[in-house]
Design a protein around this ligand. Structure first.
Ligand code: URA
Length: 229
């Protein structure tokens, strides 16, 4: 994190006020005066402002039950942002670890910890995502093998990685994928001549959407969930 960001975050000072303290040599990093506001600092540094040690801001980890109509973006959009559902003074620092389409409901993980969200979404890590899918046309049993073999998506030469498909009733299935391609689940069904009508994410890795959490509600993750995703 940039030094001036940490200082204003921890002390409530404006960036301009922070500059004055830096200029006056009132900020020490590991005992030495720091004057460069853009310096990158980490939790390993001991930072003092006029002799008082700064408390490093902790990271936040949240599970949200996303309702229809919200987007997982941090930028302005014609739809409301998922972060607007989280009324907290730290909510503006959250970003989502993986996205859902505006029409998709279910589990979204949000965090202030960039390294953690990278670990959750990294293509190198096999983090299973489980979706409950409602489709337009009756599901054929052969689809189970087709998903297991990998599906070639429109405009995408490389087939999808093996996915697990459980048929729950003629128009409902549970799908487990290990990738996060753009509109992946909708495109997998479209490539097989069907159409997704409802899509709901139930789990990411070992984290399941809390059954106690109605759509639009959120809670912080437990330390076990954060550690074991
Ligand atoms: N696959 C999709 O097509 N949409 C989502 O929101 C998530 C996975």
């Amino acid at each position: 994190m940039r030094l001036d960001r940490l200082l204003s975050h921890s002390s409530g000072l404006s960036r301009n006020q922070v500059k004055v303290f830096l200029h006056n040599g009132d900020v020490l990093i590991d005992g030495l005066p720091a004057r460069n506001s853009g310096l990158q600092v980490s939790a390993h540094n001991r930072i003092t402002l006029e002799g008082v040690e700064l408390v490093w801001p902790r990271d936040y980890y949240v599970m949200l039950h996303k309702p229809v109509g919200y987007v997982c973006s941090t930028e302005e959009s014609s739809h409301p942002l998922v972060a607007s559902l989280i009324a907290h003074n730290w909510a503006s620092g959250l970003h989502s670890a993986g996205r859902l389409d505006a029409d998709t409901t279910g589990l979204v993980l949000l965090t202030t910890d960039g390294a953690w969200s990278h670990a959750v979404t990294s293509p190198r890590r096999v983090c299973a995502k489980v979706y409950l899918v409602g489709v337009k046309h009756p599901l054929q049993p052969e689809l189970v093998q087709r998903f297991a073999d990998g599906v070639v998506l429109k405009d995408d030469a490389v087939p999808t990685k093996p996915a697990r498909l459980e048929l729950l009733d003629p128009v409902t299935a549970r799908v487990t994928v290990h990738e996060g391609r753009y509109h992946q689940v909708r495109r997998m069904f479209a490539a097989c001549g069907n159409r997704v009508e409802t899509l709901h994410r139930e789990a990411i890795g070992n984290i399941k959407l809390d059954a106690e959490l109605p759509a639009g509600q959120w809670r912080e993750l437990t330390p076990e969930e954060v550690a074991n995703v």
